[in-house]
Write a protein that binds this ligand. Structure first.
Ligand code: ASP
Length: 354
């Protein structure tokens, strides 16, 4: 996958630049435009000023990197996360904030992954995109990008106001690893059911200081090894033993996210408990994450989750599936199974309530 750095025509850095923001354009609906035949194709980001003239009035200096071939985010892979993480890390000290333009479909996965990859972050990394392409007169792309840039540049007493990975969309700023795509037809595409918005944008941007993560006082570092030997097993009434067995018998499997009901409940069928226990005894990590978008897993609250706890299923607390998945990929890429088992239940980047 190739990356290029581009000049944006019409935006000139002046002496009174208040911040430097680095933009990474990966693709998605945001940048779609029509070719001569009317087909939708990715636009040339260097012409952004044509579509968004007010970008010149922000008083910001920009560096822009784009994927040479912008992608629909359904095609995103950990290799892309590595590239995005590296651009941020390599340009960290020379910029005040970062904006990643990304398709909405997997934005919550990328935001979650970046939050675990970029340790010691004390600058904003804001992901945004759009439900309608920027060329559409009713597009949400313009507001989403302008406000994301404002947030990436925002400082108070010389410190970034939002020193974390977040998603800005439809007038709300959400913690990245608490977000989920919840809507594909309306503009409010994201929600974070278990965590309050970090900011709301109205006439002014109202930051929820109490909810925003405090920066770690350690230098930024980047983790880029991923282990993708992970499966998601969603329970449903009537799920059959051969299906569960097939998932757990997958060669090389290192971890499974068990999507359970309510506060972490599962059928008490002996065959299910036996299969899960056997997997755990073979060093496969099983993490209990609820299918409910709000609330949290409390193993042992009901009889239907007591057995899970007893056999060593780990509690995902109030983590999203997106956060649990990317956290496992990053942790298993660095540490032993034993260390990962401990860390999965700990709060690493604001992704769960302990
Ligand atoms: N399929 C698109 C993507 O995720 C949808 C979008 O950008 O909103 O890339």
């Amino acid at each position: 996958m190739k990356i290029k750095q581009i000049e944006v025509s019409g935006v000139h850095a002046t002496d009174n630049v208040r911040a430097r923001v680095l933009i990474i354009y990966t693709g998605g609906t945001f940048g779609m435009t029509h070719d001569k035949s009317g087909a939708l194709i990715p636009f040339d980001f260097s012409s952004i000023v044509e579509h968004l003239p007010t970008i010149k009035n922000l008083g910001l200096a920009f560096s822009v990197f784009t994927f040479e071939t912008p992608i629909d985010s359904s095609n995103i892979r950990p290799e892309h996360w590595e590239v995005i993480g590296k651009i941020i890390f390599d340009n960290y000290s020379s910029h005040d904030g970062f904006v990643v333009l990304h398709g909405t479909d997997t934005m919550a996965y990328t935001a979650s992954a970046l939050s675990f990859m970029l340790q010691g972050l004390n600058k904003p990394v804001v992901l945004t995109g759009a439900q309608l392409p920027i060329i559409d007169p009713r597009s949400d792309a313009r507001e989403n990008l302008i406000t994301a840039l404002e947030i990436a540049a925002a400082k108070l007493n010389g410190q970034a106001i939002v020193p974390e990975v977040c998603i800005y969309f439809d007038y709300e700023l959400l913690r990245g690893n608490r977000s989920k795509k919840v809507e594909s037809m309306q503009f409010d595409a994201f929600d974070s059911g278990n965590y309050p918005p970090l900011a709301k944008a109205g006439v002014k941007i109202d930051y929820n200081q109490a909810a925003i993560r405090k920066p770690d006082n350690k230098p930024v570092s980047l983790l880029t090894n991923f282990n993708t030997n992970i499966a998601i097993l969603k329970l449903f009434p009537g799920i059959r033993e051969p299906v569960v067995r097939a998932v757990l018998d997958t060669g090389g499997l290192k971890a499974v996210i068990l999507e359970t009901y309510g506060s972490g409940n599962a059928p008490t069928s002996p065959w299910l408990i036996e299969l899960l226990a056997k997997a755990i005894n073979s060093d496969i990590i099983i993490v209990n994450v609820s299918q409910c978008p709000g609330g949290m897993v409390v193993q042992g609250k009901y009889e239907t989750s007591k057995e899970l706890k007893r056999i060593g299923v780990l509690s995902g607390a109030d983590m999203t599936t997106e956060a649990a998945l990317t956290k496992l990929m990053v942790l298993l890429g660095q540490y032993s199974v034993e260390a990962c088992r401990e860390m999965i239940e700990q709060d690493i980047a604001g992704e769960l309530t302990t």
